[in-house]
Write a protein that binds this ligand. Structure first.
Ligand SMILES: NC(=O)c1ccc[n+]([C@@H]2O[C@H](COP(=O)([O-])OP(=O)(O)OC[C@H]3O[C@@H](n4cnc5c(N)ncnc54)[C@H](OP(=O)(O)O)[C@@H]3O)[C@@H](O)[C@H]2O)c1
Length: 248
């Protein structure tokens, strides 16, 4: 399996969870990978070690995607370390849930900064280096389809990601750069565990709404991202694909 042979990818927020799974899947398919992290250096280094142990190429690079200079530095690392950039996966994201009574300015700003501004800044930096055949894959969420109570801010950030995906697909199409999104359903990750979702009533409710009848795993999402990043998806742009066990 080497559908990404010769390609260089940046995966933001790849120190754990879905991002770590994506970084490993892209490397397994032949890409050299920049494993970005914001604070979890050990996690990112463990992902790099696993990729290298399996015969792949990867490097861990710190950078907060909400800061333009840091987002640029993460993208530049792909060029300095591996000579080019073919794929950006905008995976970094934060989630927290609040009823309308509980929403605060800080809650709004934190979620929009990472989930929306971070996507824009990393994409802006990447667009300078991507050439024909390049691609951006944004990690959205199937929550945009289910409109779950107490998720107004988070759902709004991911609806914005879907909108950005469509606009950038049109904007970058003349340069033959594709832009797509993958919308996971509920996935068991370090993030959902520390948010207290794993083992909770909320988790039971999310699984109950999933036609395929189980929680997702990072690999369930990562394999779809690897497809979209590859030339097998050469005619796919502007798409938002649910990898959600049938949630829609
Ligand atoms: N898990 C789910 O059920 C689910 C469902 C649908 C969509 N998603 C989406 O999938 C993505 C990953 O979710 P996850 O559950 O795997 O999350 P996670 O386990 O909490 O991991 C989040 C990742 O994002 C990074 N990150 C956070 N803020 C950042 C910043 N400012 N700059 C750069 N990186 C930053 C974290 O880096 P550090 O650890 O270094 O801080 C970490 O690597 C998110 O976009 C999320 O919204 C998740």
């Amino acid at each position: 399996m080497s559908k990404l042979a010769g390609k260089v990818a940046v995966v933001t927020g790849a120190s754990k969870g879905i991002g770590a799974g994506i970084a490993k899947a892209l490397a397994k398919n032949g890409a050299a990978v920049v494993v970005n992290y914001a604070s979890s250096r050990e996690g990112a280094e463990a992902v790099v070690a696993a990729i290298v142990a399996a015969g792949g190429r990867a490097v861990a690079v710190r950078g907060d995607v909400t800061k333009a200079t840091e987002a640029q530095a993460v993208i530049e690392a792909a060029v300095t370390q591996f000579g080019r950039l073919d794929v950006l996966v905008n995976n970094s994201g934060v989630y927290a849930f609040a009823t309308i009574e509980e929403v605060t300015e800080a809650h709004y700003r934190q979620l929009f900064d990472v989930n929306v501004l971070g996507v824009l800044l990393a994409s802006q930096a990447a667009a300078k280096h991507l050439g024909e055949g390049g691609s951006i894959v944004n990690i959205s969420s199937a929550i945009t389809d289910i409109e779950m109570p107490a998720s107004a801010v988070y759902t709004a950030t991911k609806s914005a990601v879907n909108a950005i995906t469509g606009v950038l697909a049109n904007e970058l199409a003349p340069r033959r750069i594709r832009v797509n999104a993958v919308s996971p359903g509920y996935v068991v990750t370090e993030g959902t565990q520390s948010a207290g979702i794993a083992g909770s009533e909320m988790e039971a409710g999310l699984v109950a709404q999933t036609p395929l009848g189980r929680a997702g795993q990072p690999d369930d999402v990562a394999d779809v991202v690897a497809f979209l990043a590859s030339d097998e998806a050469r005619w796919v742009t502007g798409a938002v694909i649910n990898a959600a066990g049938g949630v829609r």
